[in-house]
Ligand binder design. Structure first.
Ligand SMILES: Cc1ncc(C[n+]2csc(CCOP(=O)(O)OP(=O)(O)O)c2C)c(N)n1
Ligand SMILES: [Mg+2]
Length: 336
């Protein structure tokens, strides 16, 4: 463990990863019990990416997320209760129970939305970064996306734009090696970070199971962005422990071998971080267990908050669905 990192911060990283792990485990039981309608895309296994990146951000920085977005939202400061409320379709949820898993957003926290459209967060991050640059705000925009997104045209347009305009953006490719059941190596010759280099931006590959490695890469990228040197690409090699989405566990798909799964679980970001903290004398085993207990209580409070919150009123179904024009102006805000 690097001696640059103070012990309280190391423990914070553990707390945030444990929080994501336990949140996702609880989501699975709520889906199985039909308390959450539909499906969710679990982030389990990838916790070090969201936590390492968001650990390097300021509160005023923003992130754009993906269909697998719970980890990003939690790491950026999302409230467990409001997240469960959204998943359980309650009015106290982040989107008043209208959006569900793939639309959770909180502009005040700098969470510019989960997004069901693969790759669609990249231009949104560029737009935010363009505004930060134009207004001379010392802020950074991060776009999380998967290895599957690396073959979306919009991602390449966004990278090119960010490079030519020197935007304060960090592109974070979470390479969990599969897009649904398609292995990246079957559809793409060059690694994502190699392709990104061709746009003329610094691009690195890091161990996405190692929160410290991700954090240091993110710190370097934020320093570049804040000093006006433009975008950085960070490829985080990682692995999702479960299927593409909650429904997959019942489908008996076999595109990944048990050996592969077990070999990645040996690199578990949370267990390995706990071991490194213990070896460094940053905490005791009792401290770690106390955090796990604290997180479990936070998760259950969040579930109860959601369960005790009201469902939306069907009569209000169209509220918040359409942009409202200002009084006395035409719908498009242009005087005729
Ligand atoms: C533009 C678009 N194309 C296809 C889909 C269907 N789809 C949803 S998730 C997914 C795979 C995404 O893989 P990746 O980017 O690697 O993210 P991961 O699921 O591994 O986190 C696909 C193809 C979509 N939602 N949007
Ligand atoms: Mg993937």
């Amino acid at each position: 463990m690097s001696n640059i990192m103070p012990a309280p911060f190391a423990r914070q990283l553990y707390y945030h990863m444990a929080r994501i792990r336990q949140f996702e485990n609880r989501v699975v039981t709520l889906v199985d019990d039909n308390e959450i309608a539909g499906v969710c895309h679990e982030y389990t296994g990838q916790e070090a990416v969201a936590v390492g990146i968001c650990g390097a951000l300021a509160a005023s920085d923003i992130v754009t997320s993906t269909h697998r977005g719970h980890g990003h939202t939690l790491a950026k400061g999302g409230d467990v209760g409001r997240m469960f409320a959204e998943l359980l379709a309650r009015t106290t949820g982040y989107n008043q129970g209208r959006g569900g898993s793939m639309h959770i957003a909180d502009v005040g926290l700098g969470i510019f939305g989960a997004n069901g459209i693969v790759g669609a967060g990249t231009p949104i991050a560029c737009g935010a970064a363009h505004k930060f640059k134009a207004a001379r705000e010392n802020r950074v925009a991060v776009s999380f996306f998967g290895d599957g997104a690396i073959n979306q045209g919009v991602v390449h347009e966004a990278m090119n734009l960010a490079a030519i305009w020197q935007l304060p953006v960090i592109f974070v490719c979470e390479n969990n090696q599969y897009a649904i059941s398609t292995p990246l190596k079957e559809v793409t010759v060059l690694a994502p970070h190699v392709r990104a280099q061709s746009y003329g931006m610094p691009s690195v590959a890091v161990d996405g199971m190692d929160v410290e490695a991700v954090y240091h890469a993110a710190i370097a990228a934020t320093e570049r962005a804040r000093s006006g040197e433009g975008p950085t690409f960070i490829e985080c090699l990682t692995y999702r422990y479960f299927g593409h989405y909650t429904g997959e566990r019942h489908m008996k798909m076999n595109y990944r071998s048990q050996d592969e799964l077990e070999s990645w679980k040996l690199k578990d970001p949370i267990k390995n971080w706990a071991t490194r903290m213990l070896e460094s004398g940053f905490c005791t085993q009792e401290d770690i267990e106390a955090v796990d207990v604290e997180v479990a209580a936070e998760i259950e409070r969040g579930v109860e908050f959601a369960r005790n919150s009201p469902h939306p009123n069907p009569a209000d179904a169209l509220d918040c669905m359409y942009a409202v024009s200002y009084p006395n102006t035409p719908a498009w805000g242009v005087e005729s």
